[in-house]
Design a protein around this ligand. Structure first.
Ligand code: C5P
Length: 303
């Protein structure tokens, strides 16, 4: 690549994921609290004669399921931005994954958000935040949050994002699964299992207070995920992972989004290192300790 601009975008987790019954458009209404965690994808862009996409390999992450053609969300983001501005420019896009694929961590959404921001800055388009968020929402329900980062309330189908006060310095142990889960598949299982219900905010006041207080033990009692039963129905083995994490001393265990990644809340960095080590000793190979909240998509290099 010639002059390349790199944007880094974080993985997301849902501290509380309230899911309602399916809407006529096929999406589910959500009431959620998002948090950005310290796992990242880097997206690099450079001006080119034709659109192209490359996905770097990673020693830990299986990138074989990431589409390397126009269906990739990064390519869709590039085309959406140029068509919004009515310009005929193209770019070579390169994705370096740090977020596991099909993991319930919104790695694809991070790539979409990073590409929007990277091309906007590369070409000096000065797209307003409002327009970037609208373009992001068209790409996928979790893409606006990947732009915003931090901790935020999500509503609608997840695309409406409002930053929340969060004074915590949180530590999560993230246990990846070798096999991914399809998000639409988990929502289908949710429909089958739970039938009619509405998204609920009933746990939100306590959750929000725990975030303001920055108290891990309080937050541990407020974590919940309505997709958990559906993910466990498709992958009963994950119940063992959740139990192991708690056995290893985590304050609480939680399925990440639609799974299969399992998250364990710890009291601080040292506790997270202990839980990570204990899980490794039990034979888990893909275990990371992550700080949260972290920033949304941001430029890291321009060379
Ligand atoms: O918005 P996104 O493209 O990430 O969604 C992927 C799929 O996940 C959707 O096609 C839909 O099947 C499911 N989904 C849903 N309700 C949401 C978000 C996603 O049913 N709020």
């Amino acid at each position: 690549m010639s002059a390349a601009l790199t944007v880094r975008a974080p993985a997301k987790i849902n501290l509380n994921l309230g899911v309602g019954s399916i809407r006529p458009d096929g999406f589910h209404p959500l009431a959620t609290v998002y948090q950005a965690i310290g796992l990242y994808d880097d997206v690099s862009v450079a001006e080119a004669d034709e659109w192209s996409l490359a996905v770097g390999t990673h020693p830990r992450i299986d990138v074989s399921d990431v589409p390397a053609d126009h269906t990739n969300i990064a390519m869709r983001a590039g085309r959406a931005l140029t068509s919004f501005h009515g310009i005929d420019r193209r770019a070579a896009i390169r994705i370096e994954k740090g977020i596991p694929v099909a993991a319930g961590l919104a790695g694809g959404s991070a790539d979409g958000a990073a590409t929007l921001l990277a091309l906007d800055r590369l070409w000096g388009l000065q797209t307003s935040d409002r327009d970037l968020l609208a373009l992001a929402a068209d790409l996928g329900s979790d893409v606006p949050f990947a732009l915003v980062g931090g901790t935020a309330l999500g509503s609608g189908r997840g695309e409406q994002v409002e930053p929340l006060e969060d004074n915590g310095s949180w530590w999560w142990v993230v246990v990846e699964s070798e096999i991914g889960l399809s998000t639409p598949g988990v929502y289908r299982e949710f429909d089958r299992l739970l039938g009619d219900r509405t998204a609920t905010e009933k746990l939100m006041p306590e959750l929000r207070s725990a975030l303001v207080a920055g108290d891990p033990r309080w937050l541990a009692q407020q974590l919940s995920n309505d997709l958990s039963a559906a993910a466990l129905s498709l992958r009963p083995d994950l119940a063992v992972v959740l139990a192991d994490g708690r056995d290893c001393g985590a304050l609480a265990g939680l399925m990440s989004g639609s799974g299969p990644t399992c998250l364990f809340l710890c009291s601080d960095a040292r506790h997270a290192a202990d839980v990570r080590l204990a899980m490794t000793e039990r034979g888990y190979e893909r275990v990371t300790a992550c700080a949260a909240p972290v920033a949304g998509a941001h430029v890291v290099t321009y060379a």
